[in-house]
Design a binder for this molecule. Structure first.
Ligand SMILES: Nc1ncnc2c1ncn2[C@@H]1O[C@H](COP(=O)(O)OP(=O)(O)OP(=O)(O)O)[C@@H](O)[C@H]1O
Ligand SMILES: [Mg+2]
Length: 452
């Protein structure tokens, strides 16, 4: 049996905290769905999960399980199993006893061994059933913890970063296992992570949170291709989407350009409906988003319809085996999303940027302050905790160099070297424009379900 979970305007305010940890969170999770809650540290993911589990009181709003009001249902009556990051196994019990432990209450007086062995078979851990946690590897311990959750045949799985203590290889292996298991069992699953790759690979849908507020919920494909705002665009995808500050130029005589400061990108005429809408942005700051695969390095003569040309100077080529990531300067100014980590700073600039960050908010550069004024919703002073959130001006010896920052994905055989100036073909079908509040305006969000 699996259950539908409905969250209606769910909020949580902790005592003595001015802002709610979770703010009017609404979501319908149909039976059997694998839903991932994704967002940066502190955005309220665990709090949502704990309210669903009944481990945290709900300050306001409603939790429904299969349509029934469940705000006050005791945790034990919810038939949910939780797997945490810090999975606690009883050290003095074998794996068999650990997995069987919750069953003592679920099926008192019955032999738990068949259920334990069935669970162990599903997880491939029959061999380690009679070992103690101290004799197990991290991955094996996590599987036993999963076993303890599975053996109860729960109607809902709640998983809070269950893999984050494991190394990368094991994580990806167990990730596949979790997907196989939960799908096989058809159990509604809510899975918390701050790792976007994990979210994309596991979720039927991904719900992206920021500061306690749900930003967007959709399939991994939609959250990648149609991010509702600059935060979602920047949070999802590796390498991170290129975000550049720009303005729209649409002179009376006709034509329209996106102006990046040192370069302009001419939009082809007749203008598409989406591009016509950009006219109202004239005179305002916008942010242009270009994923690394939306730009090609090629000879301008090879431009196809729907592509426009910029140019950039190669800074650095990252060889990845199956592809290369080429870091370029285009002369544009990068836009910064404050909750996320440091913007990509060219290697030459990182030291001074780190020094500024270490100096705390007082060390903010003039440029950053100016930028913060222009993008009040996006750029804030750094918290002084070490995260570099400032746009750092280039050192004097590079002052004449463009300050732009663009990463382009290419084939592995690209022959470019640092210092080369290369033409860049921009695929207009994959050019995003965000307004100065960070909301996506191009492609127009008309048919998107909008969440405020
Ligand atoms: N018991 C508590 N009392 C006061 N504030 C709390 C409590 N638990 C969480 N918070 C605050 O609520 C906010 C959301 O916390 P939560 O643990 O849900 O974040 P999270 O998204 O799970 O973060 P992480 O990825 O770091 O686990 C944070 O600002 C946190 O400091
Ligand atoms: Mg958490």
């Amino acid at each position: 049996m699996t259950r539908a979970i409905s969250l209606h305007d769910l909020s949580k305010t902790y005592p003595k905290q001015p802002a709610p940890a979770v703010d009017r969170f609404s979501l319908e999770i149909p039976p059997g769905e694998f839903l991932v809650l994704l967002g940066p540290s502190g955005c309220g993911k665990s709090t949502v999960l704990r309210m669903i589990a009944g481990l945290e009181d709900i300050s306001s709003g409603e939790l429904l399980l299969d349509g029934e009001y469940a705000n006050n249902l005791a945790p034990g009556d919810r038939r949910m199993a939780m797997v945490f990051q810090n999975f606690a196994l009883y050290p003095s019990m074998t794996s068999r006893q650990n997995i069987g432990f919750p069953l003592r209450f679920e099926m008192p007086g019955e032999d738990q061994n068949p259920r334990v062995e069935e669970t162990a078979r599903i997880l491939g851990i029959e061999e380690i059933l009679d070992r103690y946690p101290g004799q197990l590897s991290g991955g094996e311990r996590q599987r036993v913890a999963m076993g303890r959750a599975i053996s109860r045949h729960p109607s809902v799985f709640l998983m809070d970063e269950p893999l984050s203590n494991l190394d990368a290889k094991l994580r990806s292996h167990l990730r596949a296992e979790i997907a196989r298991l939960t799908r096989g069992m058809g159990v509604t699953t809510v899975y918390v992570t701050h790792d976007q790759a994990e979210a994309m690979s596991l979720g039927d849908r991904v719900a992206v949170m920021r500061g306690g507020v749900l930003q967007q919920v959709g399939s991994p494909r939609d959250t990648y291709h149609l991010p509702v705002n600059v935060f979602v665009a920047a949070f999802i995808g590796t390498p991170r989407i290129n975000l550049l500050q720009a303005t729209v130029l649409a002179p009376l005589g006709g034509g329209m350009w996106i102006d990046f400061g040192r370069q302009r990108l001419g939009l082809p005429e007749p203008l598409s409906l989406d591009h016509q809408m950009l006219r109202i942005q004239q005179g305002r700051d916008i942010i242009v988003g270009l994923r690394s695969e939306a730009v090609r390095i090629a000879a301008p003569s090879s431009a196809h319809a729907g592509e426009v040309v910029l140019s950039g100077i190669v800074e650095h080529v990252e060889y990845q085996g199956h592809e290369c990531l080429v870091h370029l300067n285009t002369g544009a100014k990068p836009a910064v999303v404050p909750e996320l980590e440091a913007p990509r700073l060219p290697a030459q600039r990182t030291r001074s940027a780190a020094r500024r960050a270490a100096a705390g908010p007082g060390g903010l550069g003039k440029l950053a302050r100016k930028a913060a004024g222009r993008f009040p919703g996006l750029l804030q002073e750094p918290d002084g905790a070490g995260a570099v959130k400032v746009l750092d001006p280039p050192p004097a010896d590079r002052a004449e160099q463009p300050t732009g920052d663009l990463v382009v994905r290419t084939g592995p055989d690209i022959r470019v070297r640092p210092g080369d100036r290369v033409p860049l073909l921009v695929d207009l079908a994959h050019l995003y424009v965000f307004d100065n509040t960070g909301r996506r305006i191009c492609p127009a969000p008309a048919e998107q379900p909008r969440l405020e």
